[in-house]
Write a new protein. Sequence first.
Length: 124
Amino acid sequence: MLAALGYRHGRTVFDPYQLVNLSMWHHDAMPDVEVIWPGPEPGPIDRLVRRSGPLVYHLCYTCTDVDATISALETAGLRLVLVRPPAPAPLFDGRMVSFHAVDGFGLIELLEAERQGASAAVNQ
C-alpha cells in the first residue's frame, strides 16, 4: 500500500528493546511511516496484531525536550500513563523513545530530537 502511494522503503532494523522489526518508509510530501511487525520472540505487539490485524495504533512525535512535552500535555489537562519507559531506538540511531497512553486519544510515542552533531537520522 505504501509503495502504491509513492512511499520509498528506507532502513529496516530489529529492535531488541521492543522485540519487534521496524521499517521506515519516506514520501516527499507526506509524513514518514514506520512499519512494525513481530520479531522472532514474543513481544509487546503480538497480541494486538493477532486481535486486530494490520492497523495504525500510535502516533510518534519528535520532541526537543520530552519532559517539557509531557508537562505541557499534562498542564493542558491530558492524563498520560507511561506504557514503556525511555529506551534507545535502533531505527533512530539510538535516540531515546518512550510510549505513553493518553486518555481520550490513545498511544503516543515520544522520540528525542536528533542531537546536535549526531549523524542524520530519520524523523517521523
